[in-house]
Design a binder for this molecule. Structure first.
Ligand SMILES: NC(=O)c1ccc[n+]([C@@H]2O[C@H](COP(=O)([O-])OP(=O)(O)OC[C@H]3O[C@@H](n4cnc5c(N)ncnc54)[C@H](O)[C@@H]3O)[C@@H](O)[C@H]2O)c1
Length: 429
């Protein structure tokens, strides 16, 4: 098949890489000319494991093409996969400007029967408007489907090759057939439904993941007040097969480009349909308050709770390991607050240093994790990259000004560190 993937971001590039690798001819289109030029030269806009290899292999074997031109790609394609961003507006609703623009530009260049499948996450209720916008420009017949994406940054290629499910939302039998054929080489359950249900599956999935994290944080807060240990409590809870332990992660809260925005956008969908989704509003509030909660712990470790001139080291900047994405990363929010409070902040991340420096010019970037710890009044673990967990903490203790460790991910071995002489402060432990 010939496919145009619109949007060369995390979802678009991974989608283009995998579908070209499966033998399709794929045009990966972005309106950002610099991004496309860089991609043609083998320069990726972000770090994602394995993506470089997949892109360069399929580009050099001429199955994958990068372009800014709708007229070059769309008329030759049977399927258009729309993967543009749907970032949040100030009020939490999704901004669909990019999506409308992508669909309208696509519609102008359609030739022969084409399927337009939306992989971007869009609020329920907009599918008719998007389809009508396309109809205004289309000169030939096209069909519409919702095909939400579930990949996770850091494991995006593996997730795309081995999905848990493929959701196909469309009322057209022909469109169903085309999408089933496209996904035939991939595993996972097939869920065929209407477009609204498909979009709801995406929002409900992210909402439940976020709810689990905020629930774990609420339990952690109660553990701190009662003297219980949240890690033991959640292990006990998770041992129940009906519940499981996954995503019950207490810590500094969720971040990234999806959970925070999708929780708010889903709550806004509720409001739009006259349902007050209080649960999700609380999930969001708990997540936001985790940052204050963690900052208070840090301030409490110092005289008069003052961070003025305190030298603080930060391990990890990305919103999770194996990515350089700092969108809504708890580490970035915490650093901004520490700097506001007068602290001198030094940080290190295996992949996200440059992105963080652009976002917060005041942060000092260390050359590695040990330099981050050197002569610091305390050290904060904010992203659980394996190399931080495997550090030589005996050495860390000798180079710090004072051995205080704040574990924002409950990823370190509390008892072991305490026996080495560290003051260890986790979340809910
Ligand atoms: N990042 C994830 O982990 C993830 C996972 C699942 C779903 N999603 C959803 O997928 C969508 C894309 O997310 P992303 O993280 O890949 O976004 P991104 O910001 O990384 O990339 C979006 C790309 O689209 C391009 N673009 C925007 N408008 C365009 C247009 N009209 N024509 C051509 N190109 C255009 C931008 O230049 C950018 O390169 C969002 O709706 C997101 O919620 C993301």
């Amino acid at each position: 098949m010939t496919i145009t993937v619109v949007g060369a971001g995390y979802v678009g590039l991974v989608t283009a890489a995998v579908f070209s690798d499966l033998g399709n001819k794929v045009f990966c289109l972005d309106f950002d000319a610099k991004r496309i030029e860089n991609l043609k030269r083998g320069k990726l806009p972000f770090f994602e494991p394995q993506l470089d290899d997949y892109l360069s292999k399929n580009f050099s074997q001429k199955r994958l093409f990068f372009t800014t031109s709708y007229s070059e790609s769309v008329p030759k394609s049977q399927i258009i996969l729309v993967c543009v961003g749907t970032p949040p507006k100030e009020n939490g609703e999704a901004n669909l400007t990019y999506l409308f623009n992508a669909v309208e530009e696509t519609a102008k260049h359609l030739s022969g029967y084409t399927l337009i499948a939306i992989k971007s996450t869009i609020p329920i209720g907009f599918e008719d408007e998007i389809e009508s916008a396309a109809k205004k420009f289309a000169k030939t017949r096209f069909e519409f489907a919702s095909c939400p994406e579930f990949l996770r940054e850091g494991t995006a290629i593996e997730d795309t090759l081995h999905p848990d499910r493929i959701v196909i939302g469309t009322s057209s039998k022909k469109a169903q057939k085309v999408l089933l054929e496209l996904h035939a080489p991939l595993g996972g359950e097939r869920i065929i439904c209407d477009t609204r249900s498909a979009q709801l599956i995406k929002y409900a999935s992210n909402a439940l993941l976020a709810t689990k994290i905020s629930f774990a944080n609420a339990i952690a807060n109660i553990c701190e007040k009662t003297g219980a240990d949240v890690e033991k409590v959640l292990s006990g809870v998770g041992a129940d097969k009906r519940l499981g332990r996954s995503f019950l992660y207490p810590g500094v809260g969720y971040g990234g480009s999806c959970l925070p925005k999708d929780v708010l956008a889903f709550a806004a969908v509720g409001d739009h349909f006259n349902y007050n989704f209080d649960l999700l509003k609380t999930v969001h509030r708990i997540n936001e308050s985790q940052i204050d909660f963690f900052l208070n712990k840090i301030k409490s470790a110092f005289k008069n709770k003052s961070l003025v001139s305190k030298k603080i080291g930060i391990l990890g900047l990305s919103f999770k390991p194996n990515t350089d994405d700092i969108r809504e990363a708890p580490a970035i929010k915490i650093i901004k607050r520490l700097i506001q409070e007068g602290a001198e902040v030094t940080a290190f991340d295996p992949k996200a240093n440059e992105n963080a420096k652009q976002e917060i010019p005041e942060v000092i970037i260390a050359k590695d994790e040990y330099e981050t710890a050197k002569q610091k009044d305390c050290l904060l673990l904010l992203t659980e990259w394996p190399q931080f967990i495997q550090m030589d903490y005996e050495k860390v203790k000798t180079i710090m000004a004072s051995p205080i460790l704040f574990d924002g991910r409950n990823a370190l071995h509390k008892e072991k560190l305490e026996s080495m002489g560290f003051k260890y402060i986790g979340v809910g432990r």
